[in-house]
Write a protein that binds this ligand. Structure first.
Ligand code: ATP
Ligand code: MG
Length: 770
């Protein structure tokens, strides 16, 4: 077949061309961010087609996200100059495996119409098995088991092959329950996410004829983001490539950020061993970012040990330095980003104008999004959240809101349905039908229906008892909402605690659980801006109503993890504070593994930016109504100063660097922007006299930004429950100053100067040491 002309090759540099034109045999493209790995991989598909080496459906091409797959398809079409019909095997591991598994389901005891279980179904099933085994689920939460089984599946371990080292997992019951769980899935004709890959691997291992069929069919294999493959994915690839060895993997060890989900960066290093004679191509020219951005990213990632080490260069002009800005608190940070985005559309600080489509905000933790989303909604700045639901659409937020809605309005049947068995109260479908029926027959709300059903003993046993507790709790919370005893933040907290909802996630050992708990904290924090629960619920209802998706430019908001492989002219990286980024977990962990993964995440973040990269941090974040002092991230220290420009936040004319800058600046007055966006002049002394600030100073002393590491990493826990003595002067966010007159468990009775005597949860007060 006569090859057609190949204009797409002219767009590549010699190293990329080499990777594209070496069509046969194993190829590893190992290169840093923005060097055109994905571009070369795409060109390789085009070249394969153009050279008549394979038909579109004979190319197996693995991307990390569905979005990346779609983009790759479009680009192939553009490069080829015609639309490509049918590239069924271009997609994520999971998408491709589902297709394979449907064809061969019977080989692993499933029917081709098997269902794919989501997390909730998975947990429900495990709970059944756990309780059938008489294991105390309180001590051994189902979610812990789910995490362990996921991990085995990521490592391609089937129940009969659990290694001896893991025999003790889940109180020594893990391996047995794993086998039972798999058997049960089969009975249900179902597979969970991990099974999709694992079953394929099993089929390939046990059925030579099937494997050979696909080895022949997939004439060429291509893999993007190879550094983030786990063992099961790796085995799957190796099996498929074993015959012709036409496999091309591209990756960057510095961007391996899924270790927590079982990815093994070692797969890259093993490639040459597993595929002897592999052609290794290194790319060094970066086409994405300005030199300042590249150098700053490089200075951070150099802190990691055991890197393969790559130095990138670019022909692009110097451009802007990486911009660094400190803010007084998280809200101020969100406010500033909103304003900056508005002015950037016109062109500001000597920069060209940017469309909102050019801009992205990349956060470390999804709970950070809330402040930005709220701010953008307030000022009407269009935005989209990529790779996940918006904050108020998250499962845990919806659950929590359902509780709040019931507290405010017990007639809210939808809310009741949502939470009646969340956390699990032993109220299965049958019990819920009884409630529904009772309510219908009597013409009352579900809560009332439940009350009647319990009273009439229509629902008995454990479930009945739990339902009685729930109904009584809802009554009590409702009364609390109407009283003055608790602030609405305290009430929200109380509801989440007493309902067992917080505990449900605390007991959850899956990687997502800490994030969900953070989101719940963030939700309580969001309440602060409102008079009461109803006001807040109204706000959210309006926010949710606002989300109709009109066209037009929008700023993208996503986590750093979701930003992998993407690029934007202007990138904002907020929340660079120790404990947030790097995460507290990675800092607490023994050894450097977690911290190094965080550092790679920082590298991924900075290298998403083409022209402007803005890193920010806040000196304070509010947690449960209390100031918590934040220290700038250690990664900020690691940025090479030569490539950084420090901006002065407009809200703090007197100071430079957030909390630390406040302390360092000499001016007696500080301009600060209040909640309503109005500038006000605050006397420094007023800030320093606030109890939170005093406690902060007492514990840590004043710390300039450049303070030595050991001191900077002190964790100042402003929320810790202090033991209060009778007569002690305390401060409460809502009620102000007062004196302790009694202590009762975790509640403290305080005679407030203005608000009178109240019982408050001790977590919500702090010592006023003036
Ligand atoms: P990451 O590691 O972040 O996934 P990558 O190595 O996959 O990055 P690409 O996304 O393929 O990099 O390319 C980065 C940018 O550089 C893209 O905008 C791409 O179009 C451009 N680019 C890549 N190669 C070239 C080239 N030879 N000439 C001009 N532009 C290029
Ligand atoms: Mg890429």
């Amino acid at each position: 077949m006569q090859a057609r002309p190949a204009p797409y090759l002219d767009e590549l540099n010699p190293a990329q061309r080499e990777a594209v034109e070496t069509l046969d045999g194993p190829v590893l493209m190992l290169a840093g961010a923005g060097t055109g790995k994905t571009k070369a991989l795409t060109a390789r598909i085009v070249h394969l087609l153009n050279q008549g080496k394979a038909r579109p459906n004979e190319i197996l091409s693995v991307t990390f996200t569905n979005k990346a797959a779609r983009e790759m398809k479009t680009r192939v079409g553009q490069m080829l100059g015609q639309t490509v019909e049918g590239m069924p095997w271009l997609g994520t591991f999971h998408a491709i495996c589902v297709k394979l598994l449907r064809r061969h389901a019977e080989l692993v005891g499933l029917k081709s119409n098997f269902t794919i279980l989501d997390r909730d179904d998975q947990i429900r099933l495990m709970k059944q098995l756990i309780s059938a085994s008489n294991i105390d689920e309180k001590r051994w939460p189902a979610r812990q088991l789910a995490g362990i089984i996921d991990d085995w599946k990521n490592r391609a371990i089937t129940p009969d092959r659990v290694p001896a080292a893991d025999a003790g997992a889940y109180n020594h019951e893990g391996p047995r329950l794993y086998a039972e769980y798999q058997a049960r899935l089969k009975e249900l004709n179902a597979a969970d996410f991990g099974d999709l890959l694992l079953h394929c691997v099993t089929i390939f291992q046990k059925h030579d004829d099937v494997l050979t069929q696909y080895q022949r069919w997939f004439r060429y294999i291509l893999v993007d983001e190879y550094q983030d493959t786990n063992v099961a994915q790796y085995m799957w690839l190796r099996l498929l490539a074993a015959g012709h060895r036409n496999i091309c993997c591209v990756g960057d060890d510095d961007q391996s950020i899924y270790g927590w989900r079982g990815a093994e960066v070692g797969n890259i290093l093993r490639f040459e061993k597993d595929f002897p004679g592999a052609h290794v191509v290194r790319l060094e020219q970066n086409y994405r970012s300005t030199p300042h951005i590249l150098a700053a990213a490089h200075s951070v990632i150099s802190g990691n040990e055991g890197r393969l080490g790559k130095k990138l260069w670019t022909e692009v002009d110097e451009g802007e330095k990486v911009r660094l800005i400190g803010h007084w608190d998280g809200d101020e940070e969100a406010r500033w980003v909103g304003e900056e985005l508005e002015s950037m559309q016109q062109g500001t600080r000597g920069m060209r104008p940017f469309s909102l489509d050019d801009c992205a905000i990349l956060v470390r933790a999804s709970h950070q999004m809330r402040a930005f989303e709220d701010r953008f909604l307030t000022i009407g700045l269009p935005y989209r959240v990529i790779g996940g639901p918006r904050f108020y659409e998250r499962m845990e937020i919806r659950d929590a809101m359902a509780y709040f809605r019931l507290v405010v309005s017990p007639e809210d049947d939808l809310a009741f349905e949502r939470i009646v068995n969340t956390p699990k109260r032993g109220l299965g479908d049958k019990a819920q039908q009884v409630i529904q029926r009772t309510a219908r027959e009597r013409g009352v709300s579900l809560v009332e229906g439940a009350r009647i059903a319990v009273a009439e003993e229509a629902i008995k046993g454990k479930g009945g008892a739990a339902l009685r507790v729930l109904v009584d709790d809802l009554d009590r919370w409702g009364r609390l909402a109407g009283s003055d005893d608790l602030t609405h933040m305290e009430l929200a907290e109380t509801v989440l605690d007493e309902s067992g909802y917080t505990a449900m996630w605390q007991n959850d050992k899956t990687p997502e659980a800490p994030g969900r708990l953070e989101n719940l904290k963030e939700l309580v924090k969001a309440l602060e801006g409102f008079e009461n629960l109803s006001g807040f619920l109204e706000h959210v209802a309006l926010v949710m109503d606002n989300e109709t998706d009109e066209g037009g430019a929008k700023v993208s908001v996503m986590t750093l993890h979701a930003a992998k492989g993407l690029e934007f002219p202007a990138v904002f990286l907020p929340g660079w504070e120790d404990g947030l980024f790097p995460s507290q977990r990675s800092m607490d962990e023994q050894g450097l593994k977690g911290l190094e993964e965080e550092r790679r995440l920082a590298y991924v973040g900075i290298t998403r930016a083409e022209e402007v990269c803005t890193i920010s941090f806040a000196g304070n974040r509010r947690v449960f109504g209390q100031w918590q002092s934040q220290l700038p991230s250690r990664f900020i220290d690691e940025l090479d100063e030569a490539h950084v420009e420090v901006l002065t936040p407009p809200g703090l004319y007197g100071g430079g660097y957030g909390a630390a800058g406040m302390a360092a600046s000499a001016s007696p007055e500080i301009m600060t922007r209040n909640q309503s966006g109005i500038d006000e002049r605050v006397h420094r002394a007023d800030v320093y006299n606030s109890p939170g600030w005093k406690r902060l100073q007492a514990r840590s002393g004043e710390r300039p930004v450049s303070q030595p590491r050991e001191e900077r990493n002190q964790v100042i826990d402003m929320t810790a429950v202090a033991a209060y003595g009778i007569g002690e002067r305390v401060f409460h966010q809502k009620f102000g100053y007062g004196a302790v007159i009694g202590v009762e468990g975790d509640k403290v009775e305080v005679a407030f100067e203005k608000a009178g005597t109240k019982k408050v949860v001790s977590r919500f007060i702090c010592a006023a040491d003036d």
